[in-house]
Design a binder for this molecule. Structure first.
Ligand code: DGY
Length: 325
């Protein structure tokens, strides 16, 4: 199929350079304003396109996939996580799904460290005092946080991003521990100075900081449920830059309110932008609007990956970032 004639529908505004390149290569329909498509608009896009480029805002479930037109052959997701797409149903219908792994690893790991530091060193509280003009000079007892160096960091999910977090944590003098479906090779563990815990419960109970870095799948949904959250030390902090659904957000909120956990750094929420409002009122909770991968470079590289996946597919080959589930 000649790539120039491929009809590509993009569901969201993308960085200008990415949109320009897409226009050069394909018969592309871009979005005029930066809002997610409605379900009706998504259904129409699926009917008309050869290739759909969605983002994590688009819930492409089996109902929508059932409405796809006969030409739809590739869903080239702009993003690494594909928990918003029913990949199994798509594949059954002969529609391939690709994503953009690798290019947001370092940025997301940076944001994980930023949240660890922000929560443990109380950075937002300091910022708020400066912004309100209420700082009256240095005090031996003000804004005391916890020392990061020497603390035990438990990484839940030791894929690319988890490993990038481990490298950073080493540089900060943290002791790195991890739980993963599969244990890493010994050389990798040695290089990351990481201790493996087969039992997630046991790891969780001993950590000072727990970082969620596993994807959201049916088996990781609420992996940090109320029971497991209660295993954490009351002095511990939890940080999530992965997907909100991995933590039972209501249980977490209750525990933070009750002082059963020291703090949380959250970039993602169980119900997307509808974070539990009680979290917003807590000074020991640092909340960000899902910006872990939000660097200019990262978002352009994500676009480049999308383009490579579409072009490879158009040339009759298997897209390099095909999602196999
Ligand atoms: C992804 O690509 O899945 C990220 O969550 C976007 O930041």
């Amino acid at each position: 199929m000649p790539s120039g004639r491929l009809s590509v529908v993009v569901t969201r505004r993308l960085p200008d350079v990415v949109e320009t390149r897409l226009k050069e290569l394909f018969d592309v329909r871009l979005r005029d304003d930066d809002t997610p498509m409605t379900r009706e608009e998504l259904a129409a896009a699926l009917r008309e396109a050869d290739v759909l480029v969605p983002t994590l805002n688009d819930h492409i479930d089996s109902g929508l996939i059932g409405q796809a037109g006969p030409n739809l052959r590739l869903i080239a997701n702009y993003g690494a996580g594909v928990d918003h797409i029913d990949v199994a149903t798509a594949r059954q219908r002969g529609i391939q799904v690709s994503n953009t792994p690798g290019v947001l690893t370092e940025d997301t790991a940076d944001m994980t460290m930023a949240l660890i530091l922000a929560v443990t060193r109380r950075i937002p509280e300091g910022l708020a005092v400066m912004q309100s003009g209420q700082w009256h000079g240095w005090s031996p007892t003000a804004f005391l946080g916890g020392r990061v160096s020497g603390r035990r960091l438990g990484i839940l999910g030791m894929g690319r991003i988890g490993q990038a977090v481990a490298r950073r944590a080493n540089a900060f003098g943290m002791q790195v521990h991890y739980h993963n479906r599969r244990r890493l090779r010994e050389e990798t563990e040695d290089a990351l100075q990481a201790t493996y815990w087969e039992s997630l419960d046991q790891m969780v109970a001993r950590m000072d900081v727990l970082s969620i870095n596993c994807p959201h799948t049916p088996s990781t949904f609420h992996l940090m449920n109320a029971r497991r959250l209660k295993l954490m030390k009351p002095s511990a902090v939890i940080v999530n830059t992965s997907r909100g659904e991995v933590i039972d957000e209501n249980a977490l909120t209750r525990m933070l309110k009750a002082g059963e956990l020291a703090g949380a750094g959250l970039d993602v929420y169980e119900h997307g932008s509808e974070a539990n409002p009680d979290l917003r009122a807590m000074t020991n909770v640092v909340m960000l609007p899902h910006m872990g991968s939000a660097t200019v470079e990262g978002r352009i590289e994500m676009g480049e990956k999308v383009i490579i996946n579409i072009k490879t597919f158009a040339d009759g080959h298997r897209p390099p970032d095909l999602v196999l589930q």
